[in-house]
Design a protein around this ligand. Sequence first.
Ligand code: ADP
Ligand code: MG
Length: 260
Amino acid sequence: MTAESVSATPMVKAELVCKNFGALQVLKGITLEVQKGQVLVMVGPSGSGKSTFLRCINHLETVSAGRLYVDGALVGYNERGGKLHEMKPREVAKQRRDVGMVFQHFNLFPHRTALGNVIEAPVQVAGVKKSEAVERGKELLAQVGLADKAQAYPAQLSGGQQQRVAIARALAMQPKLMLFDEPTSALDPELVGEVLGVMKKLAGQGMTMVVVTHEMGFAREVADELVFMDGGVVVERGNPRDVMANPQHERTQAFLSKVM
Ligand code: ADP
Ligand code: MG
């Protein structure tokens, strides 16, 4: 492979991804790409399938049809002789390590300090030496503006601080892709900015990100592409400024008039 063809491999490639829960069709053929170093922001009404799509990227859900690739590798399946075989849990776990996920609710371990939370996976899962993990963990906490909170327990931190610990925790596994599912929607309004600031910095450092958020200012400033989802399909997509200033689809207009 040439250097060009390697760098041209998208970080995320979805081809007609469908997901059903029983008779309920939640994703009805999502096709999109996220290039390396790019930030894609997804918006759409509640129930439109945004979280399900993120969960498929991470193989927390299996797709019902279609294909999903992360950095050129099929998510959750091996292809042998033209047939797809579901990966064993160990292989899935290994693949998932490359993808960091940050949720609305931070789910930190309450009985571990901020630093303890950040080093947990590197030490327990990746087998990193504790002293190394601690050193790197402190750097990550400094990166999210929490150098002085390494020894604090989650209950001693604000929601915004806890979410920044959760981001540092995800980064500790050195992911090549970060997924954010409404990372600021459980926060008091005055704490939203500090989390978005960390995400913006991360984007500036070249991290590839898929972000579900209704923070349209963030989308306008940071996203390379804005995708509007409704009813399990991509209704509209494009440069965030263009989509926001001049939505082409009636459903996009209606949605944006509510969130902006
Ligand atoms: P969004 O994140 O856009 O609000 P979701 O992806 O969470 O939407 O949900 C899309 C639809 O899928 C909703 O109707 C939701 O109830 C349904 N859904 C999500 N997860 C499950 C599940 N595990 N079992 C059944 N239905 C589900
Ligand atoms: Mg959701």
